[in-house]
Design a protein around this ligand. Structure first.
Ligand code: ADP
Ligand code: ASP
Ligand code: MG
Length: 407
């Protein structure tokens, strides 16, 4: 008996039939004596459809209004689930993000949760209701609707679990757990029974969309144990938790990929202090997150800088860079989004030399050219041609024998 926060993703609530299955699951958990807070995503591809609809209006879209639009997707599924539960004879109420007390900053489209006022939630739980919260949304201090970035319902769930001091936080999705690689690409990928917060954070940040990175940050910060499991079967999933012993057993835990990358190059920049600072400050002011950066060796007091960003941010970054080319006196710029990032993640690699070399060898064996490299203690990432991404993920999965993982 306890308080459970359960999040059901878009594919788990994609139709009335699936919402019905979710309701049955909620009913079963409740009949075992648990209080339930359910966090839902929008039905199926609703968020993409709303985005596409808005883009028929034009390219220059007001982010405040976009958030007001996108938040409606989750409100629909929350109300539909509450109605379904009611019809099954279960007391249930749906709450929007702001009704549930989710406060955020006003960084529309990628707002961060600043605090959660749990009074209303607690009142409804005390009244014996299953509380269905629309994920992915909050309210700014100006009283405006915000959304929390793609995949943000994961963060709503973990943040609610932390604030309510829930006994468990479960992320129900369309895979059985966290795998050694995206099972849609690597058929031999293995389900990980347990993964550390650190490794999960790296995997999520490097493209494993099964968890939003910010959700993992919250879980780590507030020590919330999260289980990722299937909506469609009763198999145990993957526990994301503090792992100490195991951290050093697996050299490589997973291979991740991210095709939402864009690369920008700036040529013949003057080689003097302040140039990089100017470029990256202007990008930050425009709300663009820069990922990898490389600077070429100096030639005749000039050098080149190339960096990667999310391809979603390309429309924000390009005007900034075009102005900078003129302001700094660079000879030109180039950009492209036909690149992708492939990464290996594993806490054990910090004490095992040669892991990066093995990764580069696996890519070379497939004749894949590496355009950029970045490393940290527990990951190595390479930017490669987008068309080679599936081959690269499969080759690395084989190279590090992840299909033979003994968990
Ligand atoms: P939801 O709609 O439930 O939030 P998502 O589509 O956001 O689901 O996340 C689940 C998807 O994440 C899976 O269908 C899978 O293709 C993808 N995925 C990517 N990397 C991994 C991984 N390492 N383990 C499991 N799933 C992964
Ligand atoms: N519906 C939102 C999205 O598609 C949020 C989520 O699913 O978590 O990104
Ligand atoms: Mg998701």
């Amino acid at each position: 008996m306890g308080l459970l926060v359960c999040k059901f993703g878009g594919s788990s609530v994609a139709s009335i039939e699936k919402i019905n299955n979710v309701a049955v699951r909620v009913k079963n958990m409740q009949s075992e004596g648990n209080s339930i807070v359910v966090v839902v995503s929008a039905m199926g591809d609703t968020t993409d459809e709303l985005l596409a609809l808005a883009h028929t209006i034009g390219n220059e879209l007001n982010l405040r209004e976009m958030d007001a639009l996108l938040a409606t997707g989750e409100q629909q599924s929350a109300a539909l689930l509450a109605l379904t539960l009611n019809n099954m004879g279960i007391k249930a109420i749906s709450l929007t993000g702001w009704q549930a007390g989710v406060h955020s900053d006003s960084n529309y489209s990628k707002a961060r949760i600043s605090s959660i006022d749990t009074k209303r939630l607690e009142k409804e739980l005390m009244a014996g209701k299953a509380v269905v919260v629309a994920g992915f949304q909050g309210i700014s201090s100006d009283g405006d609707i915000t959304t929390l970035g793609r995949g943000g319902s994961d963060t709503s769930a973990v943040a609610l679990a932390a604030s309510l001091k829930a006994d468990r936080c479960m992320i129900f999705t369309d895979v059985d757990g966290v795998y050694t690689a995206d099972p849609r690409i690597v058929k031999e990928a293995q389900k990980l029974p347990v993964i550390s917060y650190e490794e999960m954070l790296e995997m999520a940040s490097l493209g494993a969309v099964v968890m939003q990175p910010r959700a993992v940050e919250f879980a780590m910060l507030y020590n919330v144990e999260v289980e990722v499991r299937s909506s469609f079967n009763l198999q145990p999933g993957t526990i994301i938790t503090e792992v100490s012993d195991m951290e050093h057993q697996r050299i490589v835990t997973g291979v991740t990929h991210d095709t939402k990358c864009a690369k920008i190059g700036l040529y013949d920049l003057p080689d003097k202090p302040g140039v990089a600072s100017l470029i990256f400050n202007k990008l930050a002011q425009a709300g663009v997150n820069v990922d990898m950066v490389i600077q070429s060796a100096t030639r005749k007091e000039h050098n080149d800088i190339a960096f990667t960003i999310s391809s979603d941010d390309l429309p924000l970054a390009l005007p900034v860079i075009e102005n900078l080319v003129k302001e700094i006196g660079a000879s030109g710029m180039s950009y492209g989004d036909k690149v992708a990032k492939v990464s290996i993640v594993g806490a054990g690699m910090q004490s095992n030399p040669g892991v990066a070399a093995a990764m580069f060898a696996a890519l070379a064996e497939e004749n894949i050219n590496i355009q950029m490299i970045s490393t940290s203690e527990i990951k190595v990432s390479c930017i490669i041609d987008e068309d080679s991404i599936d081959t690269a993920v499969k080759a690395l999965h084989r190279k590090f024998k992840l299909d033979q993982l003994s968990c």
